[in-house]
Design a protein around this ligand. Structure first.
Ligand SMILES: [Cu+2]
Length: 267
C-alpha cells in the first residue's frame, strides 16, 4: 500500500484495479452459494457439462465443453476439484478430491457404503474463477440398509460425532430468509477448541435438501476472524434458502483431524 503514492497515476490505477479484481475473484468461491443441479457463477463462465465414466469401485468423469474435454481449471479451496457424494436420503456423505489424469479424466476410488441412488456434485472453478457445480446421479446395487430421512426436530442439536469433541449447533433464521448457523466446539474437559485451516477455510458447510438443492458456505469471517486467539465458535451465514429442509454437513479440522458433523435444519 505504501508504494502506491510513489507510482505514476496510470500504474497506480492499474495496480488498484488489479488488486480489486483479485479481491473479487477470491471472494467468489468463499461466498459461494450454489443452487441445485447445474449452476455457474461468474461473468465469463463457460457452458460446461459432465460425462460420467464411473464403475463400482471408482468415480471417474470428464468435464466437457462442446463435447471436448475441458482442462482450464483454477484452484478453489486449495484444490482443482471437490466432489461431494451423498445418498438421496441424505445419508452417507463424502467430500472427495479426485485427481486428473493426462487425458483430463478425474478419478477417485469410491465404494458406496450401501446401495441406492446417490447424488454427486462436482464443485470447481475455471482459471478465471467462474464457479461451477454440476450434479450427476449414480445408482449403486446392494443392500439399502437403513434408509429414509430421519429429521431431528430440535433447534439446538448435539452433533458431536464421537471424534472426541462435544459439538453443539443451533440456527437462527435471518430477515432475508438466510440462516445463521452457530457452533460450540469443546473437548471432553469443556475447553473451547481452536479450529485449524482446512482447505483454506475455518470450516466448510454443505447444505443438501431432499430435492438435491446444494449450498456451500464458509464461516463468516467478520465474526470469527483469522487471528490465533479467536478461532472458536464459528458462525456460518447462508443467503435465502429455497427449500424447507436441509441436512447441513460441516467439516472442521482440529489438531490435524477432520471432524464431520450433521445438523437437520427445518424452516
Ligand atoms: Cu468449502
Amino acid at each position: 500500500m505504501l508504494i502506491f503514492p510513489l507510482l505514476p497515476m496510470k500504474q497506480f490505477l492499474s495496480l488498484l484495479l488489479g488488486s480489486l479484481f483479485l479481491l473479487s475473484a477470491c471472494t467468489v468461491p468463499t461466498a459461494s452459494q450454489h443452487g441445485g443441479g447445474h449452476t455457474t457463477k461468474g461473468l465469463e463462465a463457460h457452458a460446461l457439462a459432465l460425462q460420467d465414466q464411473s464403475n463400482e469401485t471408482e468415480i471417474a468423469f470428464r468435464i466437457t465443453e462442446d463435447n471436448k474435454t475441458f482442462m482450464d481449471f483454477g484452484i478453489s479451496h486449495t484444490k482443482e476439484m471437490h466432489l461431494i457424494v451423498v445418498r438421496d436420503d441424505l445419508q452417507h456423505f463424502a467430500h472427495l478430491h479426485p485427481t486428473r489424469d493426462e487425458s483430463g479424466t478425474w478419478r477417485v476410488t469410491y465404494a458406496a457404503p450401501a446401495g441406492g441412488k446417490y447424488w454427486l456434485y462436482a464443485d470447481f472453478v475455471e482459471s478465471n474463477q467462474s464457479a461451477h457445480t454440476i450434479r450427476f446421479k449414480r445408482t449403486h446395487t446392494g443392500d439399502l440398509g437403513e434408509y429414509g430421512i430421519l429429521k431431528s426436530v430440535e433447534t439446538t442439536q448435539h452433533v458431536g460425532n464421537g471424534g472426541g469433541y462435544d459439538i453443539t449447533m443451533d440456527a437462527t433464521t435471518l430477515g432475508d430468509g438466510g440462516v445463521q448457523f452457530n457452533y460450540w466446539i469443546y473437548d471432553v474437559m469443556g475447553a473451547d477448541q481452536k479450529l485449524e485451516t482446512y482447505l483454506g477455510e475455518l470450516g466448510h458447510s454443505v447444505l443438501i435438501s431432499p430435492s438435491g438443492e446444494f449450498v456451500h458456505v464458509h464461516p463468516f469471517k467478520e465474526y470469527v476472524g483469522y487471528d490465533a486467539t479467536n478461532r472458536t465458535h464459528p458462525v456460518f451465514v447462508t443467503g435465502p434458502l429455497e427449500d424447507p429442509y436441509y441436512r447441513v454437513f460441516t467439516q472442521f479440522q482440529i489438531k490435524g483431524k477432520i471432524i464431520t458433523v450433521e445438523y437437520d435444519w427445518q424452516r
